[in-house]
Ligand binder design. Sequence first.
Ligand SMILES: Cc1ncc(COP(=O)(O)O)c(C=O)c1O
Length: 380
Amino acid sequence: MNDELSGLHPDSLVVAAGRPPRDVDAQLNPPISLTSTFHAAAPGEVENPRGYARYGNESWSALESAISDLEGGQTLIFASGMNAITTIFSLLPHGAVVTTSHNGYTGVQVFLSRMVEEGRLEVRYVDVADTDAVLAALPGTALLWLESPTNPGLDVADMPTIIKAAKAINCGVAVDNTFATPLNQKPLDMGADMVVHSVTKYISGHSDILMGSISTNDAALYKRLHDLRNIVGGIPGPFEAWLALRGMRTLSVRLERSQANALELATRLQSHPAVERVRYPGLASDPAHKRAASFMKGFGAVLSIDVKGGADAADKACNASRLVTHATSLGGVESLWERRHRWSWESPSIPKNLVRLSVGIENVEDLWADIDQALQASQR
Ligand SMILES: Cc1ncc(COP(=O)(O)O)c(C=O)c1O
C-alpha cells in the first residue's frame, strides 16, 4: 500500500486505491492499456519488465493494487472466478487431499468431483458450520477450501478457529470471499494463505464482466501463481479490469444499501405465508447469526428462501417477479433470484424449493411489493 493510503478506512480505500500518482496533469483514472506488445528493455535497465501482455498490463496492475489494499497481500486477477479457483487447485500435487464444504458454490463442487473421478485429488466433504467436523478432517489435508457464507446455503464457518487450527498443522488454506467481500471479513488477516474473489460479483458490482482474483501474503506462492497465469494464459481483458475498478469505487455504498435491504426483506419474509424458511446470517434468529456477528462486519446481501409448495411454487415465484430479475449470479446493483435446483448439479443437500435472492440497491418498498406479489402468485 502506498503511504498516502495507509490508515484509510476501507470506505475511502475503495475510492482512492489503484489510482496513478498525483502528478500535475496525470490522469485521475488508470488508462485502459490496449497493447499486446511492449518495447524491450536493455539488460538491467528496468526491474521486472512486463515483456509481453500475457505477463502484465497497466490496467490489471491498478485493479490488483486496489484489491490488495482491501484484502492485504499481493493480488493477481484472472479471466473469471473459476479460472482463479482452478489455478489454485492446479498447484496441488497428484493425489493431494482437499477438505471443503459439502454444499459450496456448484462450480467448485463440479470441478472437484471431476478431479476425484479422474483420480487426481481426494476430497473430504464437510459441513463447514460444524467446526468439530472440519477440525477432524484437517489432518492429512493439503488444502482447506473455505467458502463462508456458503453459496447458496448461507452457512457460516468459524473462520478464525478453523484457519488457526489448519495453519497450526501446516495445512494450506484458501478462502472464497465473494459473498462477504473484504469490507465484511479479511481472511488473510485471520491467517489464510490465499483469498479468492469472483470479481464478477460485488467487487465489480454491475453484472457486466467476468473476472477473478487471488490475493496472498506469501511471496513464493504469489510467484508460483503468477508463473502459472503467465503460462496458462487465463488473463482478463484490460477493459474488464478498468470496469471492475470503476465498479469497485462504489462497493462500500452499494454493499451498505444492499445489506440494509437484505435485512429488511429477510425480516419481512420470515412471516410471509408463502415462505417456509428464510436463511440470512443477519437475522438474529438465524443459526449462523451469533457466529457471523463475532467476526464479520456485515452479513452480506444474499439470502435464501424455501418457498411453500415445493419446486413448482418456487419456479412460479421466480417467473412472476417484475422488478427482481429471474437470473443466475449475484452481487450486482440489481436484485436477482433463482431456484438453485434448476441447475442439475446443485448439491442434493440444498432444498429443491430454495430460491437464492441476491438483494440489490433498489428501493426496498418496491422490492418488497414485487417479492410479495410473486410469492402470492406462487401459491395460486
Ligand atoms: C461464491 C462463488 N465463487 C466463485 C464463483 C465463480 O466465479 P465466476 O462466475 O466469476 O467464474 C461464483 C459464481 O457464481 C460464486 O458464487
